[in-house]
Design a protein around this ligand. Structure first.
Ligand code: 9L3
Ligand code: MG
Length: 150
């Protein structure tokens, strides 16, 4: 319990310091169903096209991280999810952005690629073979644990 309290406090402090330095948060969803993870191939922008990622996007001003995960999944996948625990560390992106990945449970709808060219359900044996964006690669160990609990 003490550990939980400390973790919650550390999180509150880091959220506050992000606000103070103006870092913007990008969230992504790790959606697992039947032992498979949903991955998305980006079509835009040009610089990232062809790279694979966990679906998601920028948190809007005043929006909660988990609300942003849910909104992005509706926009990009046409599916409803409930965001749970963060997976892996905060990952620095270009400039003043950081990426946070949340585990997300699919609650309604069948994910479809609405914003990008392709979504695919992948098994743990395929995880390392995709052309992941550099930032998303950071959570590969955590994704392996998610698909194949140690
Ligand atoms: N990004 C990286 N990995 C991800 C996501 C969802 C996003 N899993 C990066 C790509 C963009 C920026 O964050 O540079 C904003 O994402 P989006 O709003 O273009 O999806
Ligand atoms: Mg996006």
């Amino acid at each position: 319990l003490a550990l939980k309290v400390l973790q919650a406090r550390a999180e509150a402090v880091s959220a506050r310091s992000r606000e103070l330095v103006g870092a913007k948060v990008v969230v992504a969803a790790a959606i697992v169903r039947d032992g498979l993870l949903l991955a998305q191939r980006r079509g835009h922008p040009e610089r990232l096209a062809g790279g694979w990622e966990l679906p998601g996007g920028r948190v809007e001003p005043g929006e909660d991280d988990r609300a942003a995960v849910a909104r992005e999944c509706v926009e990009e996948l046409g599916a409803e999810v409930v965001a749970g625990e963060q997976i892996g560390p905060d990952i620095p992106l270009r400039a003043d952005h950081l990426l946070r990945v949340y585990r997300a449970e699919l609650v309604a709808g069948e994910p479809r690629a609405l914003d990008h060219p392709e979504v695919r359900w992948i098994g743990s044996d395929e995880l390392d073979n995709l052309n992941w964006l550099a930032a998303d690669r950071v959570v590969l160990p955590a994704l392996h644990d998610l698909l194949d609990p140690p």
